[in-house]
Design a protein around this ligand. Structure first.
Ligand code: SF4
Length: 348
């Protein structure tokens, strides 16, 4: 039988596990404090546990923490980690140094089924879902790496490889652990879930009524273009997607962010900006414009900064809230999926 993954256990389950081991239930609280709060990497570091327990635990339990296989650091401070999983797979986790605080970008699947044309994560196809514990392991890895530099994590986005709402149960269970005062105790106000637009799952998430921020990867202002760039749009076209987003905003009180990656000559024309403004008019929305990170495998190119400025101007002129985001990590494999794809293709 495999070892018990401690990150997969809720506090009550960990208390029961301690009792099964013949220990007092409060030992669970000590272990949780070490793993989620104090950045312990091993059982040996948990010095307030009795020596017999520290010796017994490695035989039957795994901390659930995962190793760094590779790390890239950009000149702008973006850090990208390739995180090793137990079955030999790997996922990317990125640390982003924004002026308002350090954020992280966390993966939810190995590969992705959604096939967005501009994304490297989907290139190898879908491999598997991550468990809630594997998603948490990425967050703890980032938290621990930052604390070594005396920095804190301000928030994070579920925007790495994978479609979070396609791995709904694990993602919701992970978010519960994030909020749980006995584990991370972090407010979901600092967390953003990014989706390519699984409308029925957006509605389901809205039912939870959590203060989680929702970002929708939109990238096109009409169905014809969005069908070309994002196959999911054929299943849930813009009308259905935006209705689900409106419901999300209404039920959670959170304004929805629409991500729009500007791809040279494809979706960055002034008429696209005008169409986008018409689509979002009257909605509680914010648009993030991001210049495309060129991915050699995909054949798209980033547009000129002037095109991004003009696109933003047209949106502002029509009273749409918009931010042109800085491109981070352009000197490393910063578009999601690139580092993993390169690493996996290097393995004989
Ligand atoms: S953009 Fe997101 S949903 Fe689309 S293929 Fe990439 S990882 Fe999947």
């Amino acid at each position: 039988m495999g070892k018990v993954n401690i990150l997969a256990l809720a506090p009550q389950e960990l208390r029961s596990f301690m009792v099964e081991m013949g220990e007092k239930p409060y030992r669970a609280g000590q272990i949780l404090a070490w793993l989620y709060g104090k950045g312990a990497q091993s059982w040996a570091e948990m010095t307030d546990l009795p020596a017999r327990l520290r010796q017994a635990l490695p035989e039957i339990a795994d901390t659930g923490l995962r190793p760094i296989l590779k790390k890239q650091v950009s000149t702008d401070g973006t850090m990208k980690y390739l995180v090793g999983l137990e079955d030999g797979q790997a996922v990317e986790t990125v640390v982003l140094p924004y002026a308002i605080g350090t954020s992280a970008c966390i993966s939810t699947q190995v590969g992705c089924k959604m096939g967005c044309r501009f994304c490297a994560s989907g290139l190898p196809g879908f491999i598997r879902n991550l468990s809630a514990a594997e998603i948490m392991a990425q967050l703890l890895l980032v938290k621990n790496e930052l604390s070594k530099e005396g920095k804190q994590l301000k928030g994070f986005v579920l925007m790495g490889s994978g479609e979070p709402l396609d791995n709904y149960e694990a993602v919701v269970s992970f978010l519960e652990a994030v909020q749980d005062p006995e584990r991370l105790g972090m407010s979901l106000r600092h967390v953003t879930l990014s989706t390519c637009g699984l409308a029925p799952r957006i509605r389901r998430l809205a039912e939870l009524g959590r203060p989680l921020n929702l970002a929708v990867s939109l990238n096109a202002p009409n169905n014809a273009l969005r069908n070309r760039l994002m196959p999911i749009n054929r299943r849930y076209p813009l009308e259905e997607l935006l209705a689900a987003c409106d419901e999300y905003a209404k039920k959670t009180g959170r304004r929805v962010t629409y991500e729009y990656i500007l791809i040279d000559g494809v979706n960055d024309w002034p008429e696209h900006a005008a169409q986008l403004a018409a689509l979002l008019a009257g909605r509680p929305a914010h648009v993030n414009l991001i210049r495309f990170n060129a991915i050699s495998e995909l054949g798209f190119m980033p547009g000129a900064p002037a095109a991004a400025r003009e696109f933003a101007r047209i949106l502002r002129e029509r009273q749409i809230n918009v931010t042109v985001r800085r491109r981070l990590g352009t000197d490393i494999d910063a578009a999601c999926g690139q580092l993993r794809n390169r690493y996996m293709s290097d393995i004989p």
